[in-house]
Design a protein around this ligand. Sequence first.
Ligand SMILES: NC(=O)C1=CN([C@@H]2O[C@H](COP(=O)(O)OP(=O)(O)OC[C@H]3O[C@@H](n4cnc5c(N)ncnc54)[C@H](OP(=O)(O)O)[C@@H]3O)[C@@H](O)[C@H]2O)[C@@H](O)CC1
Ligand SMILES: [K+]
Length: 451
Amino acid sequence: MKIARRVEAIRAAEVGAIAAAPGDALMRRAAAGVARACIEQLGGAYGRRVHLVVGVGDNGGDALYAGVALARRGALVTATLVAGRAHPGALAAYVAAGGRLGLTGRPDLVVDGVVGIGGRPGLRPEAAAAFEQVAGVPIVAVDVPSGVDVDSGETPEIHVDADVTVTFGSLRHAHLVDPAAAACGAVAVVELGVDFPAGDVEALEAEDVRLLLPAPESDDHKYTRGVVGVRAGSVRYPGAAVLAVAGASVGFAGMVRYVGAAGEQVVAAHPEVVGAGKVQAWVVGSGTDADAESHLHAAGGTPIVIDADALVHLPGAAPADAVLTPHAGELATMLGVSRDEIEARPLHHVRQAAEAYDAVVLLKGRRTLIARPDGRVRVNTTGTPWLATAGSGDVLAGLIGSLLATGMSGFDAASVGAWLHGRAAQACGDGPLVAGMLPDAIRAVVEDLFA
Ligand SMILES: NC(=O)C1=CN([C@@H]2O[C@H](COP(=O)(O)OP(=O)(O)OC[C@H]3O[C@@H](n4cnc5c(N)ncnc54)[C@H](OP(=O)(O)O)[C@@H]3O)[C@@H](O)[C@H]2O)[C@@H](O)CC1
Ligand SMILES: [K+]
């Protein structure tokens, strides 16, 4: 599990380590990691030109010590001190190692050491100008891309767009949550030997998913494995029913039931699907059109995935054990704000919705977020841009419903479902895909996990 923590918690955990380490030892360790990332990015150090953009705090100190390490390996290192001053010890070491002040020529790489966890969002004009001078050159950000809001993952003002971000000890929210995460590029964590407390934003990794997934026992039969019911599709949108049922039918639940106007098409595509009866979880909404509200009312009393058309029919709180799966536009309608506001502040809004509806809320996006009413959030890091295709949400809703039916919690079902769905898209290759390809790919991903 990847765990991201608030700045306050990180600072509190590091106090002891900083006090115990002699001089700038911790900063030098951090800087060594930054230098390693630069060398990796450049394919070597000797003769390469590296330019440091340096702020007044310890983030700038990290950049300068990284400059020291790079200069020792034969790189030609220059630096702009955006406020005209910098961490005294690091600056002295930098100058002693042959580092120069001021930009000369076009560098091969830029190191962003303007601000880290002590920064406010945005870039001051001197810092913005320093990056403009080297526009187009790859950037390695120290700790976070300067200008992003570290705890909220928001980017309310101008900020650095990095190719690689090197952080220390623990991930911060900005490394996982969009839009800031998109500005980080690839993220590397340098170990500092510090113990951190639990965090409130996390991301599942393959091993977590494997451990959470239900696998049938030898004495299981179809009813003990759980039955999922799908109420999706309509005369107008029969395909949504077929795709939601396909997502529900990848094989986690022991049986899939379908109730709705597209029964004929569903059974033609999935002969194993049966009609109304007792279920352990419902999936309601995809393509239900005018029938959404009546489906929602008919499906009460069990864990339930509420998607698409059904979301707008929710009264104040959702039914017990509900997972709501809106995209940004649907969440905007639910919360009475604009889509732009949701996309600018996804972490804030997904938490607000989870609390307001007293339900697990999965907000779809490049980095899908899954929030619980108590504020705990999982970020999904799998997926490709090709996944933004019609019907892909129907498959996801069905898949999550089938996991719910096996007895998983809504939070686990939603986050495991999102992870498998995204990984399946990746398995389809870096090219076009249609939603109908996902169920087979999900089965292959699960087979790989258990191999
Ligand atoms: N803790 C640890 O264990 C370790 C920490 N480490 C490193 O230390 C970093 C944190 O260092 P930090 O606390 O000195 O803060 P930092 O982010 O450098 O900025 C501070 C100053 O910048 C200014 N400023 C603010 N906003 C600004 C803006 N938008 N644009 C321009 N300037 C702005 C503001 O000063 P002001 O100008 O307002 O007086 C503020 O005081 C951390 O991210 C990591 O890299 C590593 O060495 C490993 C061990
Ligand atoms: K930075």
